[in-house]
Design a binder for this molecule. Structure first.
Ligand code: AMP
Length: 390
């Protein structure tokens, strides 16, 4: 599809199909309904965050081609809320429906080696790495990259799953879990100062808008909180935004691209990972920006002008995981007015499962972080944020 040529914007009243009914789908729908669109979701679960707010729901597996065809028939435009979309389903959707994001970006972003090569081709810096498929490649790669280094499965890993850190050649040699036929990437360990992320939107007309960079702090490999704007020098913020734009244009993105980066001690940035969809670190946009990442995705894909990504107020977003639910519920009747709570409607709570999030707004980052601490939502790891930015 040529950018912007002969494309008629998809106007309110049209139906948008979403592959996946998790919280990202739910928040796309909640925002899109305000804009006048109708929604149909496809998810294996009957009662999921997306189906609860969609106009129609198809209960089926993500690899069910008949269900994909039904979604195609029912929708004027199709999008997805996760990148591991089955290849055969992508083909059906590209052929039978309007899938403006296309299949190519999915093919790239669900495979770490392809992703790194595409980033390099776009002139975007990444950590030194080697593609690995055998023990020989693991050992020669370790030798070349030095220690520590981290081995990741090329596909299917998330939130730190499918990753192993080697401190020495002895540890790499002792590693016996390489699966034959599976692809991996070995990366040099990057002693980063901060992890930041930037969400860029690029519309099917070719317009680009960049949301302010967030500083992300993880707990047990899961995003814990995002602080926005990331408390770094303005030159670094601008550089991060420029890199996100370079990724959006270089990879011919349509829709959203979340760009996760490492900020090194010397102020340089390396891109670690991409997600071609709304991102957890962009949830703050719902309460703190002129337009949310979810509304922006719909504008980008439907061919409407992009909205302003301007930050209206400083924000700290905190994820509510299964283990936090009872504490948050017990305290939320006393939350101050600058705290906005979002629940995803999941019936079953499990440790590590994302059940909701809250956004704390503030006049300053210190004030917002102090409010987070006062809420005593979880262990005092949040205090780390306050200490580090001083
Ligand atoms: P990923 O799944 O690639 O986002 O990795 C999960 C987490 O592991 C990241 O958020 C980082 O905290 C850490 N990590 C991943 N790759 C590296 C690396 N090359 N150097 C240092 N830390 C890393």
């Amino acid at each position: 599809m040529e950018m912007g040529q002969g494309i008629k914007p998809l106007l309110p009243g049209s139906t948008i199909g979403i592959l996946g009914g998790g919280q990202l789908g739910r928040m796309i729908i909640l925002e899109g309904k305000k804009m006048g669109y109708r929604f149909v979701t496809l998810d294996p679960l009957d009662d999921c965050p997306g189906s609860q707010v969609a106009d129609r729901h198809i209960t089926a597996g993500y690899d069910d081609l008949e269900a994909a065809r039904l979604l195609a028939e029912s929708s004027d435009l199709i999008t997805y809320e996760f990148e591991n979309v089955d290849d055969a389903v992508v083909k059906v959707l590209e052929k039978d429906a309007f899938l403006p994001q296309g299949g190519e970006l999915l093919r790239i972003t669900r495979h770490r080696v392809r992703e790194k090569r595409a980033l390099e081709a776009a002139g975007v810096p990444v950590a030194p790495y080697r593609a690995v498929q055998s023990r020989e490649e693991l050992l020669s790669g370790s030798e070349a990259l030095g220690f520590p280094c981290v081995l990741k499965t090329a596909t299917g890993g998330y939130d730190g799953k499918g990753q192993w850190v080697f401190q020495s050649m002895a540890e790499a040699e002792a590693f016996t879990q390489l699966e034959p036929g599976r692809e991996y990437v070995l990366e040099q360990w990057v002693p980063f100062d901060k992890e930041i992320s930037v969400i860029a939107a690029r519309s099917i007309m070719g317009e680009v808008a960049i949301f302010p960079p967030a500083w992300n702090i993880h707990r047990k490999q899961i995003l814990h909180q995002s602080i926005v704007p990331a408390p770094v020098e303005s030159g670094i913020l601008r550089h991060a935004e420029d890199l996100a734009r370079q990724v959006a244009e270089g990879l011919n993105v349509r829709g959203l691209i979340a760009v996760e980066m490492f900020l090194l001690h010397d102020g340089s940035l390396l891109v670690n990972e991409l997600a071609p969809r709304p991102h957890n670190s962009g949830h703050y946009t719902l309460d703190a920006c002129a337009v949310s990442q979810f509304e922006q995705q719909i504008r980008a894909l439907s061919g409407l002008p992009l909205g302003s990504p301007k930050l209206l107020t400083l924000a700290v977003m905190v994820n509510i995981l299964g283990e936090d639910v009872d504490r948050v519920r017990a305290r939320m009747t006393d939350f101050p007015p600058q705290v906005k709570v979002h629940w995803y409607g999941k019936r079953e709570s499990r440790p590590g499962r994302k059940m909701g999030h809250l956004t704390v707004l503030g006049e300053s980052t210190e004030e917002a972080l102090a409010t987070v601490c006062r809420l005593e939502l979880m262990e005092p790891t949040t205090r780390r944020g306050v200490e580090t930015i001083r």
